[in-house]
Design a protein around this ligand. Sequence first.
Ligand SMILES: Nc1ncnc2c1ncn2[C@@H]1O[C@H](COP(=O)(O)OP(=O)(O)O)[C@@H](O)[C@H]1O
Ligand SMILES: [Mg+2]
Length: 326
Amino acid sequence: MSEGYLLEVDRLITSFETERGLLRAVDQVSFKVPYGKTVGIVGESGCGKSVTAMSIMRLLPQPAGKILGGEIHFKGEDLLHSSDKRMQQVRGGEIGVIFQEPMSALNPVHRIGRQVAEVFRIHKKMGKKEAWDAATEMLDMLRIPAPAKRMMDYPHHLSGGMRQRVVIALALACRPDLIIADEPTTALDVTVQAQILDLLGNLQSEMGMSLVLITHDLGVIAETCDEVVVMYAGRVVESAPVDELFENPLHAYTKALLRSIPTLDTVPKSVLPTIPGTVAGLGDHSHGCRFCQRMGRDGPVTRERPKFKEVEPGHWLEICKECSNL
Ligand SMILES: Nc1ncnc2c1ncn2[C@@H]1O[C@H](COP(=O)(O)OP(=O)(O)O)[C@@H](O)[C@H]1O
Ligand SMILES: [Mg+2]
């Protein structure tokens, strides 16, 4: 594996066993995460972003979810062939995860302090007092006011934004090399969302971690990411450094997503363009270009799988004669 990348996902295929047979939610997805950088994964709901994240962590719903192909290398280690015991060390210790809904990551019947301290006890083998102090310090780093007091609270005592800070504290506690944040601020209001993203960005650069930030919001990507991976219907249609993607988008789907974000020029209360149609269900995916399928184009474009190629250094594109602008 090449040096310089913390995480390399190569032609990952993840399927679910369903009543309609084995269906692919992730269909040969490839991307790389450099050390210390933030990579955004963007795409509408149902494009396979969360399934990609769950595949990396090997936390797919069982027994339906299966990884059927590809490779995932983390610090050079092949995660798809690591033992379950090793994966337990990786999760929480070396890769921290933050999910959308903070309540699902917190246990409602235990105090905040106990839950954060537990991470230090398990992964760092700290004693009770030391773990408690480390947890208090962690809450302080997350700018949670009066951290010693908050340690005694139960999750329901806190606001949504404060709860998500606690979840981030849990994910960062062991100073992992990588954080995977799956829509970490979607459930929060816009002001709190901005504060949390700022905080996450600051802590990331302080700690030198890499971050994979999953979102359906290109506005968030523009503010926070170094590189962007655009997913559509289980595949990567385009990926590039963030400035390149915003200045020179080459895939029709990326352009459509870009048109749907408001800018300073947007007339207040005007209707933003939306992308017609919806992402096809897993069983209805075409073999060929899936955005052509969405746009109702038929023929060779929906029958032959487009090639995924590097068209400029670092700029990857699914080459479809209808959708890609070369
Ligand atoms: N447990 C499951 N069983 C069957 N299909 C699933 C399961 N989980 C997710 N999917 C399907 O996989 C596709 C990708 O889902 P997901 O990764 O959650 O999308 P995103 O995070 O981009 O919104 C969707 O079509 C979804 O319905
Ligand atoms: Mg999701």
